[in-house]
Design a protein around this ligand. Structure first.
Ligand code: PEP
Ligand code: MN
Length: 339
């Protein structure tokens, strides 16, 4: 159940609503969205909502039958823009390109990548410092020390930092150095992490679980949203199928589906989606035509030397070409596709 509150509610009125909810066995948390203030209540299913509707301070009651109500168009018809404190937005009108290495390896690499991004007018740099690796013997990231110089060079050049958070305790450590928390495919259903990212409030780039359905994916986003954070980007990054010819199967279907069902921005990550360097650009372009609001692409000055995911990583020459073609494709989409 969602309780929409009246504006400028006095504390005693709110306390009374909490008290009533508690006496009926509900656990309620207060969230503030751009649409207003709400109490997200969980507990028993059957209840007489008219009683709560009649309490002072209550504007409306919504029964939540879907696990992904708040992130769906049933809740909000218009597209959500992700907003940053400096006024930067991620929106439908402007293709967002996020580029950077799979892993941050050293300061020199960050400096060279930032230079490249600046030259090409790219506003977001990705880079893992906590790396979820399939083998415990692989490189697992530089940790917070790596994030500090990664962040310093980006900020000095007006570039936003996107980096993966793997556990709740890392949120606080990373908080001041990142602009977007990335949730990886392996943590897509780590509900404790999602709850806490909801409370933390910074934008979250949520990847789809590699075996997750789209309903499950949207429900994961709902965990973040229902904790009061609507700055969420959904990111399709390929799924596991019976096909073994490439790392994952890039589910392009997901892009128009998610754009249709949800008001959140949708990105695609063709680097992990296909896992083969030469196929990354064509899938990135296809994602844009399918309606993606942004793409995430792994780049490295010398991909064969990358500490992780070199096989799917573009070098700077390939990245420059991809940026040009992505922007041209976006222009084409704007001309051809009436939304
Ligand atoms: C990554 O972005 O480097 C990463 C580990 O992605 P995913 O969680 O999609 O595998
Ligand atoms: Mn990677």
């Amino acid at each position: 159940m969602l309780i929409q509150l009246q504006e400028n509610l006095a504390d005693p009125t709110l306390d009374n609503i909490f008290k009533e909810l508690k006496s009926f066995g509900f656990k309620a948390s207060l969230v503030e969205t751009r649409q207003g203030k709400y109490l997200i209540c969980n507990g028993r299913q059957e209840t007489d909502i008219r009683y709560f509707g009649s309490l002072p301070g209550v504007r409306d009651i919504h029964i939540v039958e879907d696990a992904n109500k708040l992130v769906s168009r049933k809740w909000k018809v218009h597209d959500t823009e992700v907003r940053f404190e400096d006024g930067t937005t991620i929106s439908r009108n402007d293709l967002t390109i996020v580029m950077g290495p799979c892993s941050v390896e050293n300061e020199e690499q960050v400096i060279r990548t930032v230079e490249f991004l600046k030259e090409n007018n790219i506003r977001f740099m990705r880079g893992g410092i906590f790396k979820p690796r399939s083998s415990p013997y692989s490189f697992r990231g530089l940790g917070i020390e790596g994030l500090k110089f990664f962040s310093a060079h980006c900020r000095a050049n007006g570039i936003k930092v996107v980096s993966e958070v793997m556990q709740v305790s890392q949120i606080e450590q990373m908080y001041e150095y990142v602009d977007v928390f990335q949730v990886g495919t392996r943590n897509s259903q780590n509900y404790n992490l999602l709850d806490e990212l909801g409370k933390a409030g910074k934008p979250v780039l949520l990847k789809r679980g590699m075996s997750g359905t789209l309903d499950e994916f949207l429900a994961s986003a709902e965990y973040i949203f229902s904790n009061g954070n609507e700055n969420i980007i959904l990111c399709e990054r390929g799924i596991r199928t019976f096909e073994k010819s490439y790392r994952n199967t890039m589910d392009l279907n997901a892009i128009p589906y998610l754009r249709d069902k949800s008001h959140l921005p949708v990105f695609s990550d063709p680097s992990h989606g296909v896992g083969i360097r030469n196929y990354v650009e064509p899938l990135a372009l296809a994602s844009v035509m399918a309606g993606a609001d942004g793409v995430l692409i792994e780049i490295h000055e010398c991909p064969p030397k990358a500490f992780s995911d070199g096989d799917q990583t573009l070098d700077f020459y390939q990245a420059r070409r991809a940026i040009y073609r992505l922007r041209e494709t976006m222009e084409l989409r704007k001309r051809l596709v009436v939304e």
